[in-house]
Design a protein around this ligand. Structure first.
Ligand SMILES: [Zn+2]
Ligand SMILES: [Zn+2]
Length: 362
């Protein structure tokens, strides 16, 4: 805030005729401009695509930043919505920050309004496996989840209308050998206490979890689970943090919640998209346009212009093994035989642990 006042001070001095203080030379051009990097993703099937991260920590659990930093990071990285999900049962700094589990949400609320970021009131139920860790979103009072029994904690969340996701199911610290759906998860699922699961968490991908989600009609989720500073942990020059693309009726918390419960999401990380076929197909078709240039190459093949408006590149492979990469936010011109691109596989769009989106390009 000091910097803002310094800048205002400079302008006032310049226009009001006060003589400049030669012992305080202002160098405002050295201050970093606050810029939002836009992520280009299409709106599909009549819905607005919201870019969301539903899992992150602050000093109010074992994270290293103040809650307002999470809002600033999200805005600069082009997100629409975040959930600050501090651990309920793990607060190493409790002696310094107190024990109110609503604090991070309350502190970040004003900044979220200023930055037009949708902020979801949330917490992370943090238990040994099973059930492991679960985020409860859209809470009124996180403190009511601080009870001894894990199922009781999730029931207390459900009572508040929460959307509950199982976090990092394949995390080696809790599932060292593989990623298992345990009897307790089946029990929670049958009680309606698991609504979605993370397919991407931090820098991990759990292919088998995508099958769990598709087969059980659970919502596919991608989250950062960031504890430190996002730009220090992820290489933002290469890409972005893991996130969930939510297909909502509009850009509001009410519509976001409705879309999450209706399974209208894709998990997105490292140029990979995972989720239901209908959303992957709509995403691809809304991103890519193909038109003939009316020109033929030396071999008399028709030349096509292929344009991809989205931030996601697409890696295609035909049935005969021909590969085509459609770069992000760019056009390419090349000879194509439409017959080759009937039933082409989009290798970085996953419909299951062992299956990709298959489309007709033309
Ligand atoms: Zn966790
Ligand atoms: Zn976490």
């Amino acid at each position: 805030m000091k910097h803002v006042f310094s800048l205002i001070g400079t302008v006032l001095i310049g226009t009001s005729g006060f003589s400049q203080d030669l012992n305080n030379v202002q160098l405002p051009h050295m201050q970093k401009a606050s810029v939002r990097k836009e992520i280009r993703v299409p709106n599909i099937l009549g819905y607005q695509t919201l870019k969301c991260d539903f899992h992150m920590h602050t000093v109010f659990s074992d994270g290293n930043v103040w809650p307002t930093v999470r809002v600033d990071e999200a805005w600069e990285e082009g997100l629409d919505a975040i959930a600050i999900t501090d651990h309920i049962e793990k607060q190493p700094g409790k002696k310094f920050i107190g024990g109110d589990h609503n604090a991070s949400y309350e502190i970040a609320t004003e900044r979220a309004k200023e930055k037009n970021i949708l902020l979801i009131h949330s917490g992370e139920v943090t238990r040994d496996m099973p059930p492991g860790h679960l985020n409860a979103l859209f809470l009124d009072d996180v403190n009511l989840l601080e009870v001894p029994d894990a199922t009781e904690a999730l029931l207390a969340a459900k009572k508040q209308g929460a959307f509950i996701m199982w976090n990092h199911p394949g995390w080696k610290a809790q599932q060292p050998d593989t990623c298992l759906w345990m009897p307790m998860h089946q029990d929670l699922f049958e009680k309606g206490l698991i609504d979605g699961i993370e397919v991407f968490n931090e820098q991990e991908y759990y292919p088998t979890v995508l099958d769990w989600c598709i087969n059980r009609k659970l919502t596919v989720i991608g989250n950062s689970d960031i504890h430190g500073i996002v730009s220090q942990f992820f290489d933002l020059e290469k890409g972005h943090r893991p996130m969930t693309l939510v297909f909502a009726s509009d850009r509001s918390l009410t519509s976001l919640k409705e879309a999450l419960f209706a399974n209208r999401t894709l998990a997105y990380f490292d140029n990979q998209l995972a989720g239901k076929e209908e959303f992957l197909k709509a995403f691809f078709k809304s991103s890519v346009t193909i038109k003939s240039t009316g020109i033929k190459d030396r071999k008399n093949r028709e030349m096509y212009e292929v344009f991809n408006s989205s931030t996601v590149p697409f890696h295609l492979e035909t049935l005969t093994g021909k590969k085509l990469m459609i770069p992000s936010e760019a056009s390419i011109i090349l000879p194509l035989d439409p017959i080759d691109y009937n039933g082409v596989s989009v290798k970085n769009l996953y419909t299951g642990s062992k299956s990709n989106l298959i489309i007709n390009l033309f």
